[in-house]
Ligand binder design. Structure first.
Ligand code: HEC
Length: 201
């Protein structure tokens, strides 16, 4: 009797897993079939890299030792500015943070887009709306300081946030070339410059 119950339970678990596997494969096949490359939006956008695969298959909770090892790999992808300077122009950074355009099929290759930071973060006072997927960045520099270590941290976070939190929802802006070195510096200034609206009262 006991054996039968276990048998049925495990069989149910098996078929659920199999069905989930099929849905994933089906969804990927559907995207590959229906997405057509146009302009700069080529099919490589559908390719899952190793880190995304680990996060997607583990519900964003991979085993700790694997997460730590892969975060170290992600850290090594970060290219810091050759001039050792992390702070650009906060005014340019403010425009970037509020600009969600870019990487559309009809954009020209290499034309810099926005950072769309407002989609996930509160940035400063006076915003009409902002998303809350990420923490509020209002008063960031005031609360965290703006010395060299903090500047480097913010640069790295924007370049590749998966170096700090493997399954972070934040896009890897530098790593995927969505933002240039100069643009990331402008965003570092936006978050850390005492004159920036992020750090205003
Ligand atoms: C799709 C959502 C999303 C977008 C877009 C996004 N972020 Fe994030 N960000 C997050 C999340 C979620 C976190 C929380 C930590 C984590 O999971 O990485 C975060 C964390 C951060 C942190 C670290 C905060 C801390 O307390 O140390 C900084 C700095 C940051 N984001 C800056 C930016 C900037 C600048 C932009 C625009 C270029 C941006 N983010 C765009 C989701 C996003």
């Amino acid at each position: 009797m006991k054996t039968t119950t276990i048998f049925i339970a495990s069989c149910l678990a098996c078929s659920v897993a199999a069905a989930e596997g099929d849905y994933r494969a089906e969804a990927i096949a559907m995207m590959k079939r229906d997405f057509k490359p146009r302009g700069i939006a080529t099919l490589d956008r559908l390719a899952e890299d190793g880190v995304q695969a680990v996060c997607n298959r583990s519900g964003n909770h991979p085993p700790k030792d694997i997460a730590e090892r892969l975060e170290k790999d992600q850290m090594e992808t970060i290219r810091y500015p050759a001039d050792g300077k992390y702070m650009g122009d906060w005014k340019a950074g403010e425009k970037l943070a509020q600009n969600g355009r870019g990487m559309a099929w009809n954009d020209k290759a290499g034309v810099p887009g926005g950072g769309s930071c407002y989609n996930c973060h509160q940035i400063g006072p006076g915003e009409t709306s902002f998303g809350t997927i990420g923490p509020s960045l209002y008063q960031f520099g005031k609360q965290r300081g703006n010395g060299p270590d903090m500047q480097k941290y913010v640069y790295a976070r924007i370049y590749n946030g998966k170096a700090f939190s493997l399954c972070s929802a934040m896009p890897r802006f530098g790593y995927v070339h969505a933002l240039s070195e100069a643009q990331i510096k402008d965003l570092v200034a936006l978050l850390l410059d005492p004159e920036s609206p992020v750090n205003s009262k």
